[in-house]
Design a protein around this ligand. Structure first.
Ligand code: GLN
Length: 534
């Protein structure tokens, strides 16, 4: 008999950036190891409908789902850790909630009622937290709430959680993540911020069931016991999440402390004696034993850990499966000139030219591509990076000095990258790019088919511009091939210079499909090529 769904709410207190996304993903992974079907969703308290229009300084990377939703980068962690495929329903913002309610109000669905935060906004939140529209059955729905408790914006989410816990009883638990700072001058850890954060939750009518204490150093058992008794939480329901060498060590660390068992006990679900983490543990073993280093340059304009999150993680994952330790060096494309490029790329085994939007930093990317092409350095161009490969080739091989993308130069006579036909009449910026998964047909017997082990693949997109097919023959005659194409639209999806060691550009974003147990074939092949000394 199908068990009734259980609901796990993950909230955070004291400070932001504690890694709720990693914890939610780790919980998902562990519950799967007990044989349960799960999904993980993120509720963000900001007003934007989605993060698609946010710049990476505000929000880090924008992660794209198969069905074309631009979402929070935590969904990337969910997919990488668990291998589940998220959809547009797994990422919800306050903006989307309000829009749904206001649209209903305009249609007259509320039959003359005054629309209020409680119950109308909270009902809409609850409907989505319970995924009432979803035909799939899940044993567990994990809902992570962005922001920090006490924020004005997250109050309706907290109220929805309070109500759901009341309605669902044992079927709903709250896991609250807090921070335990170490005060060097006093030589002590401080639990007061955690106590205050729990009090704040209690004042909203929510008693956390499980506390996860984020800490930079190991906490002794006595301290956990103190938190348990001050915060009305069972002793085995206080666990610590200390800094670890890798985020992928977190699930096992949580398991060691019995977090999975505590969740199952609290929700009344059976635990298996030996949760199956064997493939995960194999991965960790390989990760920790890899010694040889391979250094990859990320040529981009955002010097932020989070800006190219999925690309970074895909590189690390592929490194592990190649038994290599990947080092990533950021190369700021705004600072690249033909005078300093040799120095900027010195010592790199491979170069990834990153995605992006707008003019800033693109000339540096083109200089980098030229250097890599003429020095036969393994090069991976992703989306804008692929477009830069195409432009560089036009300028320096085909002889069109003014070649450009229409995005950067509206009047260039050599628009080798052009706006897609169906983008021309779009006036709204939000959610209107070519988004989500499209089919890509690979050349039979070609290198790409070999890399993928298939001739038909589906990859996720996020762009408005495309390769201009008018120039295709010229490119192919000079050595740059179209190695993958969407047959329906005839769009070029992959370019390659087969004469070079590894020089591939993808119009899509393969980084969104790399997971811990299934590293992406293109990243695998790129790291392998970068590791082979020439
Ligand atoms: N700005 C380019 C376009 O819209 C590339 C986008 C990207 O790199 N994601 O086509």
């Amino acid at each position: 008999m199908e068990q009734q769904t259980r609901y796990i709410f993950v909230t955070g207190g004291v400070v932001s950036s504690l890694g709720k996304g990693i914890i939610s993903s780790s919980i998902g992974r562990l519950l799967m190891a007990h044989g349960y079907k799960i999904t993980i969703q993120k509720f963000d308290p900001y007003i934007n409908i989605d993060p698609g229009t946010l710049n990476p300084y505000e929000h880090g990377e924008c992660y794209v789902t198969m069905d074309g939703m631009e979402t929070d980068l935590d969904l990337g962690h969910y997919e990488r850790f668990t291998g589940i495929r998220t959809t547009r329903d797994n990422s919800v913002t306050t903006g989307r909630i309000y829009k749904a309610v206001i649209d209903k109000e305009r249609k007259g669905d509320y039959l003359g009622k005054t629309i209020q935060v409680v119950p109308h906004i909270t009902d809409e939140i609850k409907r989505r937290m319970r995924r009432e529209f979803d035909p799939e059955h899940y044993d567990f729905i994990i809902t992570e709430v962005g922001g920090t408790i006490g924020d004005i914006e997250s109050a309706p989410f907290m109220e929805a959680i309070r109500q759901l816990r009341w309605e669902l009883g044992q079927r709903a638990v709250n896991i609250h993540l807090t921070y335990v700072p170490y005060l060097k001058a006093a030589g002590e850890f401080k639990t007061k911020p955690t106590q205050h954060s729990v009090k704040e939750m209690q004042s909203m009518g929510i008693q956390p069931d499980i506390l996860i204490l984020r800490t930079e150093y190991h906490l002794e058992g006595g301290l956990l016991a103190k938190v348990a008794s001050f915060c009305n939480v069972d002793l085995d329901c206080v666990v610590q999440s200390e800094d670890l060498p890798s985020i992928y060590d977190v699930p096992v660390n949580m398991q060691r402390q019995g977090l999975d068992k505590a969740i199952l006990r609290k929700t009344g679900m059976p635990a298996v004696a030996e949760p199956d983490m064997s493939r995960w543990n194999n991965y960790l073993e390989r990760m920790h034993s890899a010694k040889d280093e391979v250094t990859i340059g990320l040529v981009g304009k955002y010097d932020l850990q989070d800006a190219y999150k999925s690309i970074r993680e895909s590189m690390y994952l592929a490194g592990v499966y190649n038994d290599k330790k990947v080092r990533i060096r950021f190369v700021n494309s705004e600072e690249i000139t033909s005078g300093n490029i040799a120095q900027a790329l010195e010592g790199l085994d491979g170069v990834c030219v990153c995605p992006g939007f707008g003019l800033r930093g693109i000339e540096g990317k083109i200089v980098a591509v030229e250097y890599c092409r003429t020095h036969d350095i393994p090069t991976f161009g992703i989306c804008l990076g692929m477009q830069m490969m195409v432009i560089e080739f036009a300028r320096n091989v085909l002889g069109y000095k003014d070649a450009n993308s229409r995005e950067m130069d509206e009047v260039t006579p050599h628009n080798v990258i052009d706006m897609m036909e169906d983008q021309k009449n779009i006036s709204n910026m939000g959610g209107t790019m070519r988004l989500g998964a499209y089919a890509c047909q690979l050349e039979e017997g070609g290198r790409l088919a070999q890399i993928y082990g298939s001739t038909l693949v589906h990859e996720r997109h996020r762009h408005r511009y495309e390769f201009n097919n008018m120039y295709l023959k010229e490119y192919e005659d000079h050595g740059m091939k179209c190695a993958g194409r969407n047959q329906e639209s005839d769009l070029v999806e992959i370019v390659e210079i087969p004469q070079l060691r590894w020089f591939i550009g993808t119009q899509f974003h393969p980084e969104y499909q790399s997971t811990v147990l299934h590293p992406h074939p293109l990243f695998m092949s790129f790291i392998k090529a970068a590791s082979e000394k020439c």
